[in-house]
Unconditional design. Structure first.
Length: 102
């Protein structure tokens, strides 16, 4: 997995390439949390264009960041979701609490 972080004002854009699974979830969590706290981030955009797979560990990381960002009064959005990952977001219920777009 490869992660690129870009801060635009109080919004963090996270571009992810590869799989978000039990092997990579902790790295994803650590890098995003560090940036959220360092830059006082309010909104989070997760660019899933390069995400090829996500398991329950990835769902847990997204939910954790959602809780952190909403506690700050912000919003979380997932963009450029591939069909195979979109199905996981749908089944997990994440699409009911997050804005998701293809």
């Amino acid at each position: 997995m490869d992660i690129k972080l870009e801060t635009i004002g109080t919004t963090l854009v996270v571009k992810i390439n590869g799989e978000i699974d039990h092997h990579t979830a902790q790295v994803f969590k650590s890098e995003v949390d560090r940036e959220i706290n360092l830059r006082n981030i309010v909104n989070l955009v997760l660019d899933f264009d390069g995400v090829t797979f996500m398991d329950s560990s990835g769902i847990g990381v997204v939910v954790g960041r959602y809780k952190e960002i909403t506690a700050r009064g912000g919003k979380v959005m997932i963009i450029r979701v591939k069909p195979q990952v979109d199905k996981i977001l749908e089944i997990s219920g994440l699409k009911t609490i997050l804005e998701c777009s293809h």
